[in-house]
Design a protein around this ligand. Structure first.
Ligand SMILES: [Zn+2]
Length: 85
């Protein structure tokens, strides 16, 4: 779990761009991300107290951004914009 507003995310964004994890929307706020070794993770994006909270099932420790989370967040934000959230 990490909070977008409170976490350094530049490196995770770089990793996401370099590795192109595949992101599939299960439902709004819940995404399936396929990692570089073909394993899949579930990422949940939600808003708590006005902050974007990202929760990924990978081993990355709490309060550290992971590439799956960032890949899911970029899709989440795009979908949220389309829906006018
Ligand atoms: Zn992850």
């Amino acid at each position: 779990m990490f909070i977008i507003e409170e976490t350094p995310i530049a490196r995770a964004i770089q990793n996401a761009r370099a590795l192109h994890p595949k992101v599939k929307m299960i439902e709004f706020g819940q995404y399936e991300v396929t990692g570089s070794k073909g394993n899949t993770y579930i990422v949940r994006c939600s808003r708590q107290n006005g902050q974007k909270v990202v929760d990924c099932t990978c081993q990355t420790r709490d309060f550290t951004a992971c590439k799956h989370g960032m890949a899911a967040v970029s899709l989440h934000i795009a979908v949220a914009r389309q829906r006018g959230h």
